[in-house]
Design a protein around this ligand. Structure first.
Ligand SMILES: [Zn+2]
Length: 153
């Protein structure tokens, strides 16, 4: 597999579109203007966290739908910003309840050990810009930043 490192800090458009199509209510602000929401910038991290988000959004939306069907009111979860911050998946949102907050905390916690680039087991980088990367992507990132391969276990 060819490794390449692009620090675009943006989920590829196809995956962004997929999440918008699967979870339109959570993504209600995706195409609003920058004056209204930070969600207009899309997912500000790389593709490795896609599955984390997909699963978290699935659990959140099915929970809300199920509660609504049995007459319990839960405010719809709407994402306001999703980004990488200090190597961690960070989601700003409104709505939800204790259950959906728990799902989001679990997703955030899992991002601490999930490579932001490819989704493999990741570790926090020990120097420079803190990110969570697998061993391979840490090497690629070191080459991109320092011009040499160095990896500290
Ligand atoms: Zn990786």
């Amino acid at each position: 597999m060819e490794l390449h490192y692009e620090n675009t800090n943006q989920v590829t458009p196809d995956l962004d579109t997929k999440l918008c199509e699967k979870y339109p209510l959570i993504m209600a602000e995706r195409h609003l203007g920058a004056m209204q929401t930070a969600m207009c910038w899309g997912f500000e991290h790389s593709d490795g966290w896609y599955n984390l988000l997909d699963n978290a959004m699935y659990l959140i939306q099915s929970h809300i739908d199920m509660e609504t069907r049995r007459g319990v009111e839960v405010e719809q979860v709407v994402f306001e910003q999703v980004k990488e911050k200090f190597g961690v998946l960070t989601i700003y949102h409104r709505g939800g309840d204790a259950y959906t907050n728990g799902v989001l905390r679990m997703a955030q916690q899992m991002s601490r050990c999930t490579c932001e680039e490819c989704g493999d087991k990741g570790y926090p980088t020990t120097s420079g810009w803190i990110r969570t990367l697998c061993v391979k992507h840490h090497k690629v990132a070191c080459i991109a930043y320092n011009g040499q391969e160095s990896y500290n276990e």
